[in-house]
Design a protein around this ligand. Structure first.
Ligand code: EPZ
Length: 416
């Protein structure tokens, strides 16, 4: 597994640009299956997960290629869509399951491998499937595949058991070409869903209620290609903002969207960081005296994002006092705690709760990345730690962070 070593104790100062949002680009690329003709998707982060989705689209005969560079994808959807998603791609990346709704809506039949769980949880797809069934699809699960059949989906009012991001996106995409109106109640409200809806509307869809928990889709006959620019990555922005205070420095992120970061900014301020919102897209976080313990629960948007939980916990490991962290979204998302404890952190976990008691400083160690966001947290820990930290499993990190080591080096980090 690829690894990265860094020397802690260097103060990070400077400005860094945020890349496009992985979790917006992935559903948007899946959505291009619905959209006939040519689309140009801009501000796409150059990530392993994006490469996986590009392979997925090409396997379905939607031609996707970087043009003219890796941050712009040209999509040519002019052939008959294939029905079956390849096993190796879906199991490599859970988000590949986002192609199920679009294939079903476009062709009337989709055969997609069950995505299976991952290190942070079982990651079921029951809410996705309940939505497709409500729209008239026949659903069969056998031999590790999900088969979805319905010549023409019908719009319907439905209520999601949980505001699942992926289920909201999959169902919303399928509803674009259904007969009649679909109302999705208790829909997730993450900004990445809004970005997907904006792309689809630009292509001719009729989606309203964007940003609310009730999304209304009036089905149309067809969608046609257009150009769309992906929103910035709020989780990368949160990670970079924490890199300032955790090293005693000051980091400005450019090209972010403040309204996507409010829950994180509030908690950074509560922890004693100085956070300056220079304008809607430029935010600075600076060390401003001893860091203080804070409590937080991860929640669906607009609550504190689960994808920033590990990074915020890392800041709390060196914040004076005792913090209580509740991870309410996933059943096993504290694996970074064991690795942080190897670096001297004082953390007790019990189910969905972690009790973090601050220590003056972490100490460098060899640690391993268990999931994408834990990887970023361990690098933040290494920036603070006394001595050298070696992080194993950088392939996880490359799935979701574009040039993170280079960005941190530009701010003064010492990557060996
Ligand atoms: C998306 O995953 C993100 N991935 C995740 O980011 C993110 O952590 C998550 O949303 C929550 O914000 C992408 O957008 C590609 P969910 P998703 O469906 O859609 C349960 C990262 O690091 N659930 O909102 O899979 C599920 O088990 C990744 O970038 C069901 O029970 O998340 C979980 O406990 C990690 N049944 C909770 O809902 C379902 O049918 C939230 O899952 C679907 C979900």
């Amino acid at each position: 597994m690829s690894r990265l070593s860094l020397e802690g104790g260097h103060v990070l100062n400077g400005t860094v640009k945020v890349s496009g949002a992985k979790n917006a680009a992935l559903p948007i690329l899946a959505g291009t299956i619905l959209v006939e003709g040519d689309s140009l998707i801009e501000n796409v982060p150059n990530l392993l997960d994006i490469s996986t989705m590009i392979k997925m689209l090409n396997s379905l005969d939607v031609v996707a290629e970087p043009y003219p560079d890796k941050n712009i994808l040209k999509i040519r959807n002019n052939r008959k869509i294939r029905h079956i998603a390849p096993y190796d791609l879906v199991t490599a990346m859970r988000a590949s399951f986002f192609v199920a709704g679009p294939i079903l809506a476009r062709t009337g039949y989709a055969k997609v491998p069950m995505p299976g769980g991952c290190s942070i949880g079982s990651r079921p797809i029951d809410i996705h499937l309940t939505g497709f069934k409500a729209m008239g699809a026949e659903v069969r699960m056998e031999h590790g595949f999900v088969e979805l059949k319905c010549p023409k989906l019908k719009g319907v009012r439905m209520h999601l058991d949980f505001p699942s991001v992926g289920a909201t996106e999959n169902i919303m995409m399928a509803a674009c070409l259904a007969d009649g109106q679909t109302v999705i109640e208790n829909a997730a409200r993450e900004p990445e869903i809004d970005d997907l809806a904006n792309y689809l509307n630009r292509a001719g869809a009729q989606i309203s209620g964007i940003g609310t928990s009730v999304i209304v889709v009036n089905g149309v006959k067809r969608l046609t290609g257009c150009t769309h620019r992906v929103i910035p990555d709020r989780i990368e922005a949160a990670t970079l903002l924490i890199a300032g205070p955790i090293t005693g420095g000051r980091v400005t992120v450019e090209g972010a969207i403040f309204s996507h970061l409010e829950p994180v900014v509030m908690k950074l301020r509560e922890a004693g960081c100085e956070v300056i919102v220079e304008n809607d897209t430029t935010i600075t976080a600076a060390f401003n005296g001893p860091l203080k313990a804070v409590n937080f629960d991860t929640m669906p948007f607009p609550g504190f994002p689960t994808d920033a939980q590990a990074q915020m916990m890392t800041l709390l490991t060196v914040s004076a006092g005792t913090s209580v962290v509740e991870e309410t979204i996933f059943e096993n998302r504290f694996m970074h705690a064991e690795e942080l404890k190897r670096m001297g952190a004082n953390i007790k976990t019990n189910g969905h709760t972690a009790i973090v008691t601050g220590v003056p400083r972490l100490s460098g160690a060899e640690v391993k990345i268990t999931d994408l966001r834990a990887g970023a947290a361990l690098i933040l820990a290494g920036l603070n730690a006394e001595g050298i930290t070696t992080v194993h499993g950088m392939n996880h990190l490359k799935r979701g962070y574009e040039n993170l080591p280079e960005k941190l080096t530009s701010l003064g980090a010492k990557i060996l």
